[in-house]
Design a protein around this ligand. Structure first.
Ligand code: CTP
Length: 437
């Protein structure tokens, strides 16, 4: 096994690694070349948690539809232009499967002309070197890294470097991406890339970013763990005004985003959250109706996204009522409510609820009950006699978790009373009775 395959196995979650195996089988059966690419490679090599798996295949991935379905994957969305599909696998693993392609931009910020390409060409037409590394998942070259722009070197140097001189002219939304990755990864921007960025700004390339690209970038920002820091950096770079001039001043709700950032740090890094509704709630908080609708138009936000945002407050209020209830006596009851609650509602209460009890209960859930529930492993359930994979298994596991949560920690046995100190002077009072042997 190559070092990279070993790294993959040790860095990915068991579920993610299983999906890599499934994808290898599917690609091998179809006779197409498959690579792990983009963010997944960057995050693994940089020592960051891998949130989504990015696969590239040297074919149209839509051709693999049937086999993917068989592996339990559901398509969350498809990008017909780029021939990419966003997938969700059982166990909550998310992945993007895209066609290896070359993108040519007839005019800055316009739609690219997309043609199928080999993996090397695909990597060379990407944005930054750290995003242009691939790992072969093909039998003949399994674990072979493909790194035509020395992205590994830049990860080691912790530097963001644009791949070519026209990177920001081709796709000016990459200027926003540059600032976002700088904050997310904590990397410096290479000097030449800085110049290219300044030149593109002077040439007013920012005005060429399409509403579609602004919306796509806003969804990425919404999902950032350091969301407040990213927004602050965009404000300092005078980029936030692309969404709404109103956000250039005190109407940018940085206080609200700081609370969201803190809430995200309290929750485990793999906590599933539908990021946009809460992000938009905080973003819209200080804007008036006119400013809100201008922002919705500027970023081409969908009706569905706006509806989800509007519905969130009522749903969070209901969860708050449930969490305040005096009937909640046992840890297992609290666990059962919060394990089922959508992540965004839980984070919404962490940002907005002024109920101390609710805040404390959520903190206990993340700090004590959720970690305790993870101590019950599938092996333990199997050892109790229930066969894995049977319908009974999930129920039996839940039962064991609930019992573990309610089992009070054993009180330590009381310390034995120390023997009374010997009398100061037995001579003064004469000899006492002899102690029994
Ligand atoms: N990409 C690009 N130019 C863009 C957007 C994306 O070159 N404007 C390339 C990058 O190489 C990136 C890949 O397409 O790695 C996938 O894009 P995306 O999913 O947006 O980013 P990730 O790198 O996967 O980062 P994240 O962790 O935010 O998902």
């Amino acid at each position: 096994m190559s070092d990279y395959m070993f790294m993959l196995e040790s860095h990915l979650s068991t579920e993610q690694f299983r999906v890599v195996g499934e994808m290898q089988k599917i690609a091998a059966a179809a006779g197409v070349n498959l690579f792990l690419t983009g963010g997944a490679m960057r995050d693994m090599l940089g020592g960051f948690p891998v949130r989504d798996l990015d696969f590239t295949v040297e074919t149209n991935p839509l051709k693999l539809g049937k086999a993917l379905e068989k592996a339990g994957a559901t398509a969350v969305s498809t990008d017909d232009l780029r021939k990419a599909v966003e997938l969700r696998f059982p166990g909550g693993v998310t992945a993007e499967l895209a066609m290896a392609r070359q993108e040519r931009y007839p005019k800055p910020g316009g739609r690219p002309q997309v043609t199928p390409a080999a993996i090397h060409e695909d990597l060379r037409s990407r944005d930054f070197t750290v995003n242009a590394i691939a790992l072969s998942l093909n039998r003949a070259s399994l674990g072979l890294p493909i790194d035509p722009t020395n992205g590994v070197g830049d990860i080691e140097r912790k530097e963001l470097r644009a791949i070519h001189n026209y990177s920001f002219y081709d796709d000016p939304s990459r200027m926003l991406r540059l600032i976002r990755f700088k904050i997310r990864l904590g990397y410096a921007i290479d000097e030449r890339t800085k110049l290219q960025y300044e030149n593109a700004r002077e040439a007013e390339m920012l005005t060429k970013i399409s509403p579609e690209a602004l919306g796509a970038e806003l969804r990425h920002i919404a999902a950032e763990p350091l969301v407040a820091d990213v927004l602050k950096a965009l404000e300092e770079e005078k980029l936030i005004g692309l969404y709404s001039p109103a956000l250039e001043g005190p109407k940018l709700n940085l206080g609200g985003f700081q609370k969201l950032q803190k809430a995200r740090q309290t929750a485990p890094s793999d906590y599933r959250v539908h990021a946009m509704p809460l992000f938009l709630t905080i973003l819209f908080e200080k804007l008036n109706a006119k400013e809100k609708s201008a922002l919705i138009k500027a970023a081409e936000l969908s009706r569905q996204e706006i509806n989800a945002t509007q519905k969130m407050e009522a749903a969070a209020k209901k969860l708050e009522r449930d969490l305040k209830s005096a009937k909640l006596q046992k840890p297992s009851q609290l666990y059962q409510i919060l394990i089922k609650a959508p992540g965004e509602l839980v984070l919404c209460l962490m940002v907005y609820s002024d109920q101390r009890l609710v805040q404390d209960r959520i903190k206990n859930y993340f700090g004590k009950y959720l970690p305790a529930s993870l101590e019950i492993t599938d092996e333990m359930v199997a050892a109790s006699g229930v066969a894995p994979g049977t319908p009974k298994f999930a129920g039996a596991k839940e039962k064991m978790i609930l019992a573990r949560l309610d089992a009070r920690p054993k009180k330590p046995a009381p310390e034995p009373e120390p023997p009374p100190p010997p009398p100061m002077s037995s001579f003064a009072r004469g000899p006492g009775p002899r102690a029994p042997r």
